[in-house]
Write a protein that binds this ligand. Structure first.
Ligand SMILES: *Cc1c(COP(=O)(O)O)cnc(C)c1O
Length: 416
């Protein structure tokens, strides 16, 4: 781990994703002042490439996602509060893969991050960089996992955190935020309503707003999923990446990572077909993709048990749609019953206890096979973005018998 020293970050500026306007790197910024669209950090990739080589990476055995420090925005390692984020395994899932029609299925186990989801990567980067640029308090709207992760990194850094969640966000996420000492505000509404409440509170409370893609630093942490994917697979990207998409930062971040890796000469021009998976009850990106639109219209009446996918309007919609189209990918929606059934199927077939979001991504695989968007021999990576342990369990699990310890009847239990 790097502490108390220059990280070697090659950050040179921020750039408007739509406007192309360049801004200085070392000023705390939110959205592009030119057009209110997301800002993207830009790096001197020539400089980064001098130290970020395959050999250098191989020698960096610890540090998780911070092994990629040249391509991250934090300049001084003293701001980093490392909780173990990143370096998650890419797991073979042969029993589950056979059942889904892709025997070589690989699962990126983001549930093994601290706080149980990939949100840890984004919040680790954003809290560190925000503090480096002078922020002393942070606020974020969250469907669940982002709030838990922000609270954990805020606690590690010793700064104030306010988390704004829809009142029906998973109970465990609410508890997680409070255990970490965050102030939790519940909103009778959707994540978009929580976003409006957070925006209203940010100024008066002096807190930096970490809403998805409304600031440029979380994306950089999430980008490390794509960097790791290339390294995990011996510097050859998979044929297909299947990603459960809410705000889409993970997907957009990975696509950005691939471009940076190519510029560094670490991979070639080949890209995986990027597949965004949403729930039928909230599928604005799927609808926009099918319509050939550049932007996604807000989804009315969003409902799904997959809390992280209940995002009716994504700030990064254009960036998501760009990545899907440029990569030859697609977008697919799956039903609630398929999500619930897949949690049980994945659990039974060695795919771990996945969140409803991850189950949605897995449920898309047979659907993509049926449509001809996937071949059995394709190298497919599904992102298990978060653990199922923080959600109400899937319906339909068998009841457990309660046994009188003084009169155990094995036959009755087996027949049960
Ligand atoms: C946040 C979240 C998602 C959606 O991720 P985005 O990158 O915002 O699209 C998917 N799954 C889980 C478990 C999440 O917490």
């Amino acid at each position: 781990m790097i502490t108390g020293e220059a990280t070697g970050s090659a950050l040179v500026g921020l750039e408007g994703s739509a406007s192309g306007v360049r801004y200085p790197a070392d000023r705390l910024m939110g959205l592009d002042p030119a057009d209110g669209r997301p800002l993207l950090p830009r790096y001197d990739l020539g400089a980064a490439g001098r130290t970020l080589t395959r050999a250098a990476l191989a020698a960096r055995r610890t540090g998780g996602m911070w092994r990629w420090r040249e391509l991250l925005p934090v300049r001084d390692g003293r701001w980093i509060t490392f909780l173990g984020e990143g370096s998650t395994p890419l797991l073979a899932a042969p029993r589950l893969g056979r059942a889904l029609g892709v025997p070589g299925l690989l699962v990126k186990a983001e549930s093994l991050n601290p706080t149980g989801s990939f949100k840890a990567r984004g919040m680790a980067a954003a809290v560190a960089r925000g503090r480096e640029l002078g922020a002393t308090a942070f606020i974020a709207p969250s469907a669940g996992n982002a709030g838990g992760a922000l609270a954990a990194y805020g606690a590690a850094a010793g700064v104030d955190v306010i988390v704004v969640m829809p009142v029906d966000a998973p109970r465990d996420n609410q508890d997680e935020a409070r255990v970490h000492g965050a102030r939790l505000v519940l909103v009778d509404g959707l994540i978009s309503d929580a976003g409006r409440v957070a925006a209203a509170l940010a100024g008066p409370l002096g807190a930096f707003d970490l809403s998805t893609l409304k600031e440029p630093y979380r994306l950089e942490g999430k980008k490390t999923m794509g960097l790791e994917l290339a390294e995990d697979l011996g510097w050859r990207l998979p044929d297909v990446v299947v990603y459960p998409t809410g705000g889409g930062t993970g997907l957009v971040g990975m696509y950005k990572a691939f471009a940076e890796l190519e510029a560094l000469g670490l991979i070639g021009p080949q890209r995986p077909r990027m597949v965004a998976v949403q729930a039928e009850g909230c599928a604005p990106i799927v609808r926009a993709f099918a319509e050939g639109a550049d932007h996604a219209r807000p989804w009315a009446g969003a409902t799904t048990r997959a809390a992280g996918l209940r995002v009716p309007a994504a700030v990064g919609d254009a960036l998501i749609l760009d990545a899907l189209r440029a990569s030859g990918g697609t977008a697919v929606a799956v039903g609630e019953d398929a999500i619930t059934a897949m949690q049980a199927t994945a659990g039974r077939l060695g795919g771990t206890y996945v969140s409803p979001e991850s189950a949605a991504a897995l449920a898309a695989v047979p659907e993509l096979r049926a449509r001809g968007d996937l071949e059995a021999g394709d190298r497919v990576v599904v992102f298990d973005c978060g653990t199922g342990l923080k959600y109400a369990p899937p319906a339909g699990l068998p009841a457990a018998p309660v046994v009188d310890p003084s009169a155990v009847d094995p036959r009755a239990i087996l027949a049960g």
